[in-house]
Design a protein around this ligand. Structure first.
Ligand SMILES: Cc1ncc(COP(=O)(O)O)c(C=O)c1O
Length: 434
C-alpha cells in the first residue's frame, strides 16, 4: 500500500517522477504499475529480466513532437531514430503515429520495411555503408541517403541505377556538454564533413555536379543526451553558411536528453522543437522542410527493465551487493558511459528506501554494475528490482555475453500486456552454428 504522508495524503513516489513512463504508479498492492500492469505479475508471467514499455508513453511523446511542429508552421518530418530501440513493434507504433524513421544499417532498414514504413519516409544513415546497403536502400526507394564521406559519394555514383535524393552530413564544429562518446558534431569526428576544413563545401560542390545524386539539403546531429538548447541554434547557424538555392531540406538530428534520475530536468519537447524551428526559419527561411531525428526522447522514459534479485551480499563496513539476473548484457550504458540509473523494489514500490546498496549484474566482470549507489527498500532474494529509463539503447545494445539469452520486450497498455519480442532460448544461441 502507498505510504501516508504527514498530512495523511497518500504519497506515490512514482506517479510524479519524470523517470518512469507516463501513467506509472504504485497500485493498491503496493506494487509498481506500468501501463496499467502490475510489474510483479509481469515478472512472474514473462520471466526476468524483461524490458517493459508503456505504449501510451511512446505515443504521447510522438504526438508532442508532431504537435509542436504543427504549431511551428513549417513543413516537417519527425524521424524516429530507430537505433535507440530497433524493435519491429516500435517501428510499427511510430508508423501508426505518422512519424518517419531514420535507419543506420541494412538491418534497421529491413525492420522498418517489415514494420510497414512507406519507403519514402525512411532515411538512411551510416558512416560506412556497404555496397549491399546502398543498393538495398536505393532499390527500396528510401527518402534520403545521408552521405557521410567522399568514398561513399564515389560508391553511390558507381552503384546507383536511378537518381536518388541525398543529404550531406555536416559536422558543424559544436561541442555540447555530454559524454565524449555521444558527441558527434565536433570537427574531430568519424562522421560527416567538416566546415572549418572546407570538406563540407567540397562535398556539396562534388554532389551538385553528380548525374545520379540529387542534393536536396543538409544534415547535422551534434550529439545525444543534451540538456542545453543553444548548441542547436549555433549548429544551425554554422551549417547555414553552406546553404544555397538547392537546400530545401534541413535535418537537424536528434539529441534531446531525458531524465535518468528524479533530479534531471531536460528541456520539454516543445521548447526543443521551438528552438530548432526558429533556428531553421531564421537561417534557411520558412520555405524549407525541417527534419528531426529523436531517439532517446521518444523511447527512453517509456521503458523499464525488471530483474529478479538472486543474492544479497553484505560486506560489513564496506557495501551491500544486490545481484540481479541480468546486467551489462541487457544494459551496456553504465559500463560504456558510466551512466547513472535509479532502482526500485517493485514489490514495495512506496516503501521508504532505507538501504544503500550496489545493484550488480550476473556477468563475469567486476565492472558489471547497474547502479553504484541505489537506495532500496530492504532488498531481499526473490524481489523484483526495476531500473527505470532503460527504454533507449538497452534492447538496442543487448548482447549474449556469457551465453546469456536476451530478454523479451513487453508492451503494456490499459492493463493489457503483450509480448512483442520473445526471450531468446538456448537453442537460439546455437541456431547459427554451421
Ligand atoms: C545521426 C543521428 N541521428 C539521431 C540520433 C538519435 O539521437 P538521440 O537518441 O539522442 O535523440 C543519433 C544518435 O546517436 C544519431 O547518430
Amino acid at each position: 500500500m502507498a505510504e501516508r504522508g504527514q498530512a495523511g495524503a497518500v504519497v506515490d513516489p512514482i506517479a510524479g517522477s519524470p523517470v518512469y513512463p507516463v501513467g506509472s504508479r504504485v497500485n493498491e498492492r503496493g506494487h509498481l504499475e506500468i501501463g496499467g500492469c502490475d510489474v510483479v505479475d509481469l515478472a512472474a508471467e514473462f520471466g526476468t529480466p524483461a524490458y517493459v514499455y508503456a505504449e501510451d508513453d511512446m505515443r504521447e511523446r510522438a504526438r508532442s513532437y508532431r504537435g509542436a511542429f504543427e504549431r511551428g508552421g513549417m513543413e516537417f518530418e519527425v524521424l524516429f531514430a530507430s537505433k535507440s530501440f530497433p524493435c519491429t513493434a516500435a517501428y510499427r507504433l511510430f508508423a501508426e503515429e505518422d512519424l518517419s524513421v531514420d535507419v543506420a544499417s541494412g538491418g534497421e532498414l529491413h525492420m522498418a520495411l517489415r514494420a510497414g514504413f512507406e519507403p519514402g519516409r525512411i532515411h538512411m544513415h551510416g558512416n560506412n555503408k556497404t555496397d549491399e546497403e546502398i543498393l538495398f536502400a536505393a532499390r527500396s526507394g528510401v527518402g534520403h541517403l545521408i552521405l557521410d564521406s567522399f568514398d561513399e559519394i564515389e560508391r553511390c555514383e558507381r552503384l546507383l541505377e536511378e537518381p536518388q535524393d541525398v543529404l550531406i552530413r555536416v559536422t558543424p564544429g559544436i561541442k555540447p556538454s555530454t559524454h565524449d562518446y555521444i558527441q558527434t558534431g565536433q570537427l574531430d569526428s568519424k562522421f560527416g564533413f567538416g566546415i572549418e576544413d572546407g570538406l563540407a563545401a567540397r562535398a556539396i560542390e562534388r554532389v551538385l555536379g553528380s548525374d545520379v545524386l540529387r542534393l536536396t539539403g543538409l544534415h547535422a546531429h551534434i550529439g545525444s543526451q543534451i540538456f542545453e538548447l543553444e548548441p542547436y541554434t549555433l549548429a544551425i547557424r554554422a551549417i547555414g553558411e553552406l546553404a544555397g538555392e538547392w537546400c530545401k531540406v534541413v535535418n537537424v538530428g536528434g539529441g534531446l536528453g531525458i531524465a535518468y534520475a528524479a533530479e534531471d530536468e531536460p528541456p520539454a519537447i516543445d521548447a526543443y522543437v521551438d528552438v530548432k524551428v526558429r533556428g531553421v526559419a531564421e537561417v534557411f527561411g520558412e520555405g524549407v522542410r525541417i527534419l528531426v531525428e529523436p531517439g532517446r526522447s521518444l523511447v527512453g522514459n517509456a521503458g523499464v527493465t525488471a530483474y529478479r534479485v538472486g543474492t544479497v551480499k553484505e560486506i560489513p563496513g564496506i557495501r551491500t551487493y544486490v545481484a540481479v539476473d541480468g546486467g551489462m548484457s541487457d544494459n551496456m550504458r553504465p559500463m560504456l558511459y558510466g551512466s547513472r540509473y535509479e532502482a526500485l523494489i517493485a514489490d514495495r514500490a512506496a516503501a521508504v528506501p532505507g538501504s544503500l546498496a550496489t545493484v550488480a549484474g550476473m556477468h563475469c566482470e567486476s565492472g558489471d554494475v547497474l547502479v553504484r549507489d541505489a537506495m532500496l527498500a530492504e532488498p531481499a532474494v526473490g524481489d523484483v528490482l526495476v531500473t527505470p529509463a532503460t527504454g533507449a539503447y538497452g534492447h538496442a545494445m543487448a548482447s549474449n555475453y556469457n551465453g546469456v539469452t536476451r530478454p523479451p520486450v513487453v508492451f503494456c497498455r490499459d492493463g493489457d500486456a503483450r509480448l512483442v519480442v520473445r526471450r531468446e532460448t538456448y537453442e537460439d544461441l546455437t541456431a547459427r552454428d554451421v
